[in-house]
Design a protein around this ligand. Structure first.
Ligand code: SAH
Length: 491
């Protein structure tokens, strides 16, 4: 049977994409300005031996020459300068010189690029997403450099920096793996499994030595691919607005098999988990079915032991009033691998979005985070330490205990006129800021019906809000917090 015939390809690509090996190869850059210097540096990064030709050169070129990185010939360009070169780049502001370089290079069949002049160039330089040894090259073929730049920004955000590490690790073992799997098909399968499995996971999480050890065993045949071992990611989901997630948080969510979340995590954030991930509400709200802390811990252990990739989403930062430590202590006790992904804590989110800096050279040299959670109806805090001048106080879970909080601070020396604010639903479209004095805040909060989640901020910095507030809550299409009354138990 003959394969169906298909037409020969049409020439619909502007350029032939390729990566050149220039290590140790002679390269010539003509021009002495900052653009020429940049081109020279790009060549140097690829290991080329660069000669730069220009009667005068900028400071950067002088630096590079002084460091022994390139050779600068202080002269005008002549065709003989390209003899023996593997590649040429012209970046002068003299069109005639650029044309001469292009003509000479083409005559000698040397690839040539003229800065900002695709017509004179035989090759163009793409923009690069660099995860060396991985490189992603992007070009719009000159059609829209701005679009290419946007695409580059998207890819930059998408590809973990650690991919370079994983690629380098794979590179180190490539010769050995080829010896072990002489059959190319088996060799390919080996790497597919490795790169989908725990070894890659360890490298991505920065556990380089563990990855090397495991890979050494696999390549030497001393062990089978370790059975996909479960792993728990304790992820800070930030104060609520999904834009404030970290790249790492987004990445692990997109690989999650199970996501455990509670009421402080906005639905829009839970949405960002991998589409087929199982989503389990383990919230801490009295009126919805929820698990106790030790049940959550036990559930994570059970899921991980089944080999699942579990993301435990926490509001804000997991290590700030998030019981993150308790959760991973249990994991550690069971020998389960975990990673902690920090998040923007509510204090940072509220400060930024309410225009209240937490420190300031003039009026706040320290900042203290405390929990205002009532225990048996009272607040057990070190009041003398909190009622200090030139200090910002941020109270988490302080809505229900607001009145005793303000009273105690005044009783321990803070003036009733000290500025204070409540930031409700910080970073959400429904954010509200109620600002008053310490003496008046409880009454104002009650009038306005402030409800959790909200943060109390006390200190002179609250005044700066008048000048620094920039966020306009309520813009349409902005994210909303979880259910009505989110954070009840933590209020
Ligand atoms: N780990 C979290 C804090 C959990 S404690 C973090 O780092 O932010 C819960 C308290 O955080 C709430 O009672 C409230 O005081 C505060 N909080 C969380 N999200 C908030 C938000 N979007 N706006 C205001 N306060 C918030």
């Amino acid at each position: 049977m003959s394969a169906p015939k298909s037409d020969p390809p049409t020439a619909d690509r502007a350029y032939f994409a390729a990566f050149l090996d220039l290590r140790g190869k002679p390269a010539v850059v003509v021009g002495g300005g900052p653009v020429a210097a940049l081109k020279a540096e790009t060549l140097l990064r690829s290991g080329a031996r660069v000669t730069l030709i220009a009667p005068q050169a900028c400071a950067r070129v002088a630096e590079l020459e002084l460091a022994g990185a390139l050779r600068h010939m202080a002269k005008r360009f002549e065709p003989a300068d390209l003899a023996g070169a593997d590649i040429a780049i012209a970046a002068t502001d003299d069109q005639a010189v650029n044309e001469a370089v292009a003509r000479t290079a083409r005559g000698l069949r040397i690839p040539v690029n003229v800065a900002d002049n695709a017509a004179l160039s035989s090759f163009i330089m793409p923009s690069i997403v660099d995860r060396s040894p991985l490189q992603i090259a992007i070009s719009s073929g000159g059609a829209s450099p701005v679009l290419a730049r946007k695409l580059r920004a998207m890819i930059e955000a998408l590809v973990p920096f650690a991919y370079g590490r994983v690629a380098a690790l794979a590179g180190r073992f490539r010769a050995a793996s080829r010896r072990r799997f002489p059959d190319p098909e088996a060799h390919r399968r080996f790497w597919e499994e490795v790169l989908d499995g725990p070894v890659a996971e360890m490298a991505l999480a920065g556990r380089e030595q563990a990855a090397v050890d495991a890979l050494e065993k696999l390549v030497s045949g001393a062990s089978e691919q370790p059975i996909a071992q479960g792993m728990v990611y304790l992820v800070g989901a930030g104060p609520g607005n999904p834009e404030l997630l970290t790249l790492r948080a987004l990445k692990v969510m997109q690989q999650a098999e199970v996501v455990l979340f509670d009421n402080l995590v906005a639905p829009a954030i839970v949405e960002l988990a991998r589409r087929d991930a199982e989503r389990l509400y383990v919230g801490k709200q009295r009126d919805r079915h929820a698990l106790e802390q030790d049940e959550i811990n036990a559930l994570m252990v059970r899921l991980a032991k089944q080999g699942r990739r579990v993301v435990r989403l926490k509001g804000g930062d997991p290590f700030i009033f998030g019981r993150g430590a308790e959760e991973i202590e249990t994991l550690a006790a069971h020998g389960i691998a975990f990673e902690v992904v920090p998040g923007i804590t509510a204090a940072s989110g509220a400060a930024a979005y309410a225009g209240i800096p937490l420190t300031h050279r003039d009026c706040a040299h320290s900042c203290v985070f405390v929990t205002g959670h009532l225990k048996d109806g009272t607040l057990a805090l070190n009041w003398d330490a909190l009622a200090q001048p030139r200090q910002t106080l941020v109270v988490y879970m302080g809505v229900h205990g607001l009145a005793p909080l303000c009273e105690q601070l005044m009783a321990h020396g803070l003036a009733g006129s000290t500025p204070a604010a409540l930031v409700e639903n910080a970073t959400f479209a429904s954010q509200r800021v109620v600002a008053a004095t310490l003496a008046e805040l409880p009454a104002r909060a009650a009038e306005q019906g402030v409800r959790p989640p909200a943060l109390v901020i006390v200190g002179e910095v609250v005044r700066l809000r008048n000048a620094l507030a920039w966020y306009e809550p309520g813009a349409r299409g902005e994210p909303q917090p979880a259910a009505e009354g989110a954070g009840v138990a933590s209020g």
